[in-house]
Ligand binder design. Structure first.
Ligand code: FEH
Ligand code: ZN
Length: 356
């Protein structure tokens, strides 16, 4: 049997839309008929070689790492306890650890320091009508009244900021009288402001973006205040924060952009003992004055994607209708145009490829 797929043949080349064989599954795999796959800025960066070192690709490759679909075949060795049957709605948990290292044993398979991988960054991903997935990495979803396209982005855009906000909460940086900033309101940030409200224990939530349309989404999703940071100095940004909150500093920042400038801005507006959690990956380095970090005891958390348990929490919120989505559904045929739009930063919310 054949399927449609978007395949990458090399860096800096458009993806090719092709008819390729539906994958055979091995005994411990499940065949998933893909219903929806989210488009991430990482997909655009993948084309341009940003992940060449971390995840070298063998071509042709099928990208796509935010996958939801229906079970279409179950391998002979998949245990009954996995609870996977034909037709079930499933999402793909993207951290495919090898199960042997300390990170995997702690449950953080997305950080596997052995031979782990992520679908769409090596193993074939979801920009295809079918994908083969080791059964351990599937989670069944009771959809409630939600469509598959509302679950696909929860596996990264909805998961990554959730873990980041949890880190800030666990570090004691949120709560009443405190201010938390979500910097960058793209696919991740539009979910992040919601988690800042849900898990912030009363913290005031401020969204930063360089685009007014994205700040509108942030307000619709619960941000108390917004600041358009385009062409503004840290002082000017602080003037706006002071007008909104009565203080010139903030206590916690979830940086969903990850540009050198946004992280530098973050560190210049933090209260002593404040913290930044970085989830965005636009730049390649962090430039912060050391005396500020040491002298005011700031904390910096890297936070990467999310683990199985983080994802089950996000899916439960999603299935209960407690997460708002800003989604545009698109066709696989238009994937190259939509990748370009992602690269330009023109996309508000998440684009999700849907399959019939
Ligand atoms: C995936 C793989 C490598 C780097 C970044 C990503 C993100 O899309 C996950 O948040
Ligand atoms: Zn991603």
């Amino acid at each position: 049997m054949k399927m449609r797929a978007a395949r990458m043949y090399g860096y800096n080349e458009p993806w090719r839309l092709e008819e390729v064989p539906v994958p055979d599954i091995s005994a411990d795999e499940v065949l998933v008929k893909v219903a929806a796959t989210g488009m991430c800025r990482s997909d655009y960066q993948l084309i341009h070689g940003y992940f060449k070192m971390a995840a070298p690709m063998k071509f042709p490759a099928i990208p796509g790492h935010e996958i939801a679909g229906h079970v279409a075949g179950v391998g002979s060795a998949v245990p009954r306890s996995a609870g996977l049957s034909d037709g079930d709605l499933v999402v793909v948990n993207p951290g495919w650890g090898d199960g042997t290292c300390r990170q995997c044993h702690e449950g953080n398979e997305q950080l596997c320091s052995g031979t782990g991988s992520w679908p769409g960054f090596g193993p074939p991903g979801g920009f295809a009508e079918y994908v083969a997935v080791p059964y351990r990495h599937l989670i069944t979803v009771d959809p409630g009244d939600q469509k598959p396209e509302n679950f696909a982005p929860l596996t990264d855009a909805g998961l990554t900021p959730y873990r980041g906000i949890k880190k800030l909460a666990a570090a004691g940086k949120l709560g009443p009288g405190r201010t938390v900033v979500v910097a960058g309101i793209g696919g991740l940030g539009s979910y992040a402001v919601q988690y800042a409200k849900l898990l912030g224990a009363g913290a005031t939530v401020v969204a930063f973006s360089r685009t007014d349309d994205k700040l509108t989404v942030a307000r619709e999703n619960g941000a108390d205040h917004t600041v358009n940071t385009r062409d503004k100095t840290a002082e000017q940004v602080q003037d706006e924060i002071e007008a909104a909150t009565g203080r010139r500093t903030v206590d916690a920042i979830l940086d969903c952009a990850g540009a050198v400038e946004s992280i530098a801005l973050d560190f210049s507006i933090l209260e002593p003992e404040g913290a930044v959690a970085s989830v965005g990956l636009m730049g390649t380095k962090v430039e912060v004055p050391l005396n500020v970090i040491v002298g005011t005891e700031l904390s910096y958390f890297g936070s990467f994607w999310g683990n199985y348990n983080d994802l089950t929490e996000v899916l439960a919120l999603g299935a209960a209708g407690r997460i708002k989505h800003t989604i545009t559904t698109v066709k696989l045929d238009d994937i190259n145009e939509n990748l370009e739009a992602l690269g330009r930063g023109d996309v508000v919310g998440r684009q999700v490829v849907v399959f019939d």
